[in-house]
Design a protein around this ligand. Structure first.
Ligand SMILES: NC(=O)c1ccc[n+]([C@@H]2O[C@H](COP(=O)([O-])OP(=O)(O)OC[C@H]3O[C@@H](n4cnc5c(N)ncnc54)[C@H](O)[C@@H]3O)[C@@H](O)[C@H]2O)c1
Length: 341
């Protein structure tokens, strides 16, 4: 699979306008996943030194193997829920991304998800503490559950069902945020929390249990299979293209004097699921039908972040339109299908 388009990585670094981790030493847990591998690509291009730790629960070796000969890239195959001490480098930053993150995985791996964001996160927090390093935790918009306040600001407490089908993920991330906050309070750790909203782009998995809405629709459209819509498709999501997401995460990680900053990182353009499906059909020029299925229990009706804080604190806002992001993603899916033949 190798590198993504170099121009995309260069664009993120240009948009970061001088924010750089050059020569910093960084541990990324979950670094072989969709977002983690983009982080690796951007930080390696900045000449940071990385330890990528992953157990390949949902990540892929092919997302990172192109760094194998790079001296400043180190890989550790490890389950972060098992304690580990990092002796190889004196770390400046830990990024805890390790967690399965798709709705089908909530159903099949609820305990792993809870553990990755509690026991696993605790291990990452301890590593950060020992190294006196900053930590960035990738939380989620799902901590808001089915929000009563939309656009949703960081001050909203959430409306979550702890024992529903999404409870393992939503509550794990809420507990994770509490752990991060406790480490800041009790040990003065330099912490940052990103509440990530639905993100898509090249390398997002579409196969089987990993499929989230955008990759599922693209796969279905390219195969001429029916597009499976849950509910009537009027529920909304805010879709963030991956390059925007990674820029936001790196800005948050690099923030001086972060004071435990917590920020929504997502696109504030709200899109109905059915409109996104229509756009996928239009761009792929597919003749697929749409089929409608019952809405899963506790599926949020609306998702739209208030991103005033990210705008003010990080000088960040999303730039890539859904149309442009989908075109690049669909092209990448096509190239994957050609490679697989
Ligand atoms: N992509 C999104 O839209 C989105 C939205 C909200 C939050 N997030 C968060 O961002 C992070 C990355 O998500 P992603 O979309 O890249 O998912 P992903 O599934 O592609 O990546 C997760 C990575 O973590 C690894 N992992 C899982 N459990 C592990 C463990 N116990 N030990 C070591 N590695 C482990 C997986 O193998 C995988 O490489 C996750 O924490 C997720 O909750 C993502």
């Amino acid at each position: 699979m190798a590198w993504l388009s170099k121009s995309e990585i260069d664009r993120i670094n240009r948009d970061l306008a001088g924010i750089s981790f050059a020569d910093k030493r960084i541990l990324i847990t979950g670094g072989a996943g969709f977002l983690g591998s983009w982080m690796c690509d951007v930080l390696i291009a900045q000449e940071a030194e990385l330890i990528c730790l992953d157990n390949f629960a949902s990540g892929l070796q092919s997302n990172i193997c192109h760094h194998a000969n790079f001296k400043k890239f180190h890989f550790i195959k490890h389950d972060i829920t098992q304690q580990i001490s990092i002796e190889e480098l004196q770390l400046d930053l830990v990024v805890h991304m390790a967690s399965r993150a798709s709705p089908f995985e909530f159903e099949h791996y609820p305990i792993e998800i809870l553990e990755a964001n509690t026991i696993g996160l605790l291990n990452s927090l301890e590593i950060a503490r020992k190294h006196d390093a900053a930590i960035l935790y990738t939380s989620t918009s799902e901590i808001y559950g089915n929000p009563m306040v939309v656009p949703t600001p960081e001050s909203y407490y959430g409306n979550v069902n702890p024992i529903g089908p999404r409870g393992c993920y939503d509550e794990a991330k809420r507990c994770g945020e509490a752990y991060v906050t406790a480490y800041r309070k009790q040990y003065g750790l330099d912490t940052r929390i990103a509440r990530i909203f639905n993100t898509y782009g090249p390398r997002i998995r579409s196969d089987g249990i990993y499929a989230r809405a955008i990759p599922r629709f693209i796969d279905q459209a390219l195969s001429g299979m029916p597009i499976t819509i849950f509910g009537d498709g009027t529920q909304t999501r805010s879709f963030t293209y991956v390059s925007d997401q990674i820029e936001g995460l790196i800005r948050l990680a690099a923030l001086d004097d972060a004071k435990g900053a917590i920020a929504n990182i997502g696109n504030d353009k709200e899109t109905k699921i059915i409109d996104m499906a229509r756009k996928v059909l239009e761009i792929t020029n597919s003749g697929s039908d749409m089929t409608f299925h019952s809405l899963p229990v506790d599926d949020p009706i609306r998702r739209k972040p208030d991103i005033s804080r990210a705008r003010e604190l990080l000088g960040w806002e999303p730039k890539v339109s859904l149309e442009d992001g989908l075109r690049v993603t669909i092209e990448w899916f096509r190239s994957q299908r050609r490679e697989a033949k």
